[in-house]
Write a protein of this length. Structure first.
Length: 173
């Protein structure tokens, strides 16, 4: 998945990690996110905590925790795959910092209030490669990368307003 023109990812190293992540299948993407939060722990939090508001996502940060593990996993897959579902739409409507809050909360709950990784799970080599790449990035690059990854998920029907260059028309008052 190529980065869009509005991407916050600028360095070649960061783009390489994003491309490695994008090449993963759905479950490998979930495993990657799990390992990122497990390895980096408390350091992987929203870059601007004041801009993140967990109360904006009650469906994802409240109701979600009451569901069965199988339903939680299905919802996570729907969000990663940008399916047009209730939970994926709720996620897609969030600002990127709030999307990071959702993944952070889900990672913190894994094995307790959120379905855990299977005990016999063996990560693909591509996951290990992407993890080693992200560990080499500066902290701000890591946050920008995670924000970009989080922002590629979820479903939204809102489309960006076409630019003048795209439409060939000037705006009128």
């Amino acid at each position: 998945m190529p980065l869009d023109n509005d991407s916050q990812i600028f360095s070649e190293e960061t783009q390489s990690v994003f491309e490695s992540y994008s090449a993963l299948d759905t479950d490998a993407k979930l495993a990657f996110l799990y390992y990122v939060y497990e390895k980096m722990g408390q350091s992987v939090t929203p870059a601007a905590p004041a801009a993140a508001d967990p109360e904006l996502a009650p469906l994802l940060l409240g109701n979600f925790f009451e569901l069965s593990g199988e339903n939680q996993l299905a919802i996570m897959r729907e969000v990663v795959d940008s399916k047009d579902t209730e939970y994926s739409q709720a996620y897609g409507a969030l600002a990127p910092n709030n999307q990071l809050v959702v993944w952070y909360a889900w990672a913190q709950g894994m094995g307790k209030t959120v379905i855990d990784m299977p005990g016999n799970y063996q990560p693909e080599k591509t996951i290990a490669t992407a993890l080693s790449q992200i560990e080499k990035l500066e902290f701000q690059e890591q946050i920008s990368l995670l924000r970009e990854i989080a922002n590629t998920m979820g479903h939204t029907n809102i489309k960006p307003i076409p630019t003048q260059a795209e439409t060939g028309k000037t705006s009128s008052l």
